[in-house]
Structures are given as structure tokens and as C-alpha cells.
Write a protein that binds this ligand. Structure first.
Ligand SMILES: C=C(O[C@@H]1C=C(C(=O)O)C=C[C@H]1O)C(=O)O
Length: 287
């Protein structure tokens, strides 16, 4: 068999799990492949990736295909720093105005729609900007930004912009952490190649442990990729989480529930979690 293909997000938010692999300190039996989240979502759907990070909301669109890998995610319990709506006016004044959406996200788009609908109770005009366009393309009143683009926009923005960190907003309204991304595999891959899957999963956990022990290495790598300050990056890696505890899973199911309530996704999604060293799996059902 060819080496399996392992996908991760092409932002510094994946360094805590992937830096040790990029440095050659942890080896996994897989070919690494990085992209924007929406591209990873479509590549997984098209069968081009065997194991990959996907937007957490993407799971609800192809649940029959996905098995979630335990102990891995991209999440935050409060501010995330790299998912935000930046606005020229306070959010309460956005009703009827234009909000530009990044074409690279799925979860954050849903989260912003949900927050504005359910918690702020305002209607805005959303449009999705083209892939290579700048954040303020077509002069929106506000824009959704994620990943490195968000970190850069927020930290280089002059005064006058209102920044709504969506991790902090979700925490403020629900008291819960937000799970932005999951690592998944297909049922087919888990059944056919349990040993390879176990080796890839273990490799990712070993690499994550290395990342937790070497924050200064993550900051150094992130600094050369983004030119953001050490202070900003150190704080960023403290905000980001890459675990998938029961508390995260419970919050994710609540996010699915709220999104379904707003008519944004199908109701009652069951999350299937791969059973680690065997091919049994756990099933968690949303309300
Ligand atoms: C925290 C982040 O979470 C992400 C947001 C995603 C989405 O909105 O679909 C998917 C993967 C992550 O990259 C980020 O982009 O910085």
C-alpha cells in the first residue's frame, strides 16, 4: 500500500501538533499534506485524504463517512485569537449591513451566523469573498477572518476596528469551550488499516506532547512564518487547545444542537469516535 495521506491546516494553529513532525523528531507512517480548512473538507469528501483535520461542522455534512480520532482537536476555552469578526461599527449596529466571510472556513462561518442570529438577534447581509481577495475586498462593514490572516489582521489593525473573538463570544454566551476542528478518518480506512491508523494517531499524540514541552520552539517557528511578535505568539499558543475531552465533546454536541435549532445543519447528529487500539467505536448522540 502507498503511504496514507495525513492532512493538517496550513496555519500556525497546527504547529503544536505538527511541528515535531516537520522537524523530523517524530515520524509517522504517512505523507503530510496541508491546506486551508475548506480545502481539507472537500479533499476528505473526495477520498483524497485518509486521516485529516476537518472543520468540526463538516462532520455533520458527511457523518456516515467520518470516524473521529480521540484526544485531538483545534479548540479554545475562551479567546482563540485567530477566529474573529472585525467590524467598522459595534456589532449592535451591524443590522442590515454587509459582512464578508472568508472562503476558507466552515465552522467559523456557522459559528458567526449562529451568534448573530441566536444571541445578538440581528440580520446582516453575508457574502463570501473570493479566495485570493484581501479581507476588506468590496468594502464590507465587517469581515470574518480565521487562522494566520486573522492574527495578522487583528495585530496589525489600526485603532477604530471592533474585534469580536468568536471563541470568547461562544464562551460568553454559553460558558463552554469551542471545538473548531476535529481529526477524522474514514470507516473504510479504520477497518482496513487499523495498525497504520494506530501508528499515525500515536505519532500525532507524541508530537503534541513534544509541542507542549517546547513552547519556545513553536514560537520560533511561528515567528518566521508570520513575523508576529513573540509576545503575541506565546499568548496565542496558550489560548489554543488540541485535546478532545468529554467536556469538549459535550460542547461540540451543544454547538451542533444550536446550529440545528437555527436551521443551519441537520438535527440530531451522532458523533462516532474511533476506539483507539481496536476498530470498535463510541457513539455520542446530540439532543
Ligand atoms: C482556530 C482556528 O480554527 C479553525 C477553523 C476552522 C473553520 O472555521 O472551519 C477549521 C479549522 C481551524 O483552522 C483557526 O483557523 O485559527
Amino acid at each position: 500500500m502507498e503511504l496514507p495521506r495525513l492532512g493538517y491546516v496550513s496555519y500556525i494553529n497546527c504547529l503544536p501538533v505538527f511541528c515535531a513532525m516537520q522537524e523530523g523528531l517524530v515520524k509517522v507512517p504517512a505523507r503530510l499534506c496541508s491546506h486551508h480548512p475548506s480545502r481539507l473538507n472537500s479533499m476528505f469528501r473526495e477520498g483524497l485524504l485518509d486521516v485529516t483535520a476537518i472543520s468540526s461542522i463538516e462532520y455533520t455534512r458527511q457523518p456516515e463517512n467520518c470516524l473521529v480520532l480521540p484526544d485531538l482537536s483545534i479548540a479554545s476555552d475562551g479567546p482563540v485569537r485567530s477566529v474573529a469578526m472585525v467590524s467598522r461599527v459595534p456589532v449592535e449596529l451591524l443590522a442590515g449591513r454587509t459582512v464578508s466571510l472568508t472562503p476558507h472556513s466552515a465552522t467559523s462561518v456557522m459559528l458567526l451566523k449562529l451568534l448573530l442570529h441566536k444571541f445578538y438577534n440581528i440580520k446582516v447581509d453575508f457574502f463570501t469573498r473570493p479566495p485570493a481577495a484581501s479581507v476588506w475586498w468590496d468594502q464590507p462593514d465587517a469581515a470574518l477572518v480565521i487562522g494566520d490572516e486573522a492574527l495578522q489582521e487583528i495585530n496589525q489593525a489600526g485603532g477604530g476596528l471592533h474585534v469580536y473573538d468568536l471563541g470568547a463570544e461562544w464562551k460568553r454566551w454559553t460558558g463552554r469551550p469551542m471545538v473548531f476542528a476535529l481529526w477524522v478518518t474514514t470507516r473504510d480506512f479504520a477497518q482496513k488499516y487499523p495498525e497504520q491508523l494506530t501508528a499515525i494517531w500515536r505519532g500525532m499524540l507524541t508530537a503534541k506532547k513534544w509541542g507542549l514541552k517546547n513552547p519556545e520552539k513553536l514560537v520560533a517557528r511561528a515567528k518566521s512564518a508570520t513575523e508576529l511578535s513573540e509576545e503575541v505568539l506565546t499568548d496565542y499558543f496558550k489560548c489554543l487547545q488540541h485535546d478532545l475531552s468529554w467536556h469538549h465533546i459535550d460542547s461540540l454536541m451543544y454547538f451542533y444542537h444550536c446550529a440545528a435549532e437555527c436551521g443551519l445543519v441537520k438535527p440530531a447528529v451522532a458523533l462516532h469516535i474511533w476506539g483507539k487500539e481496536n476498530d470498535r467505536f463510541y457513539r455520542v448522540q446530540s439532543a
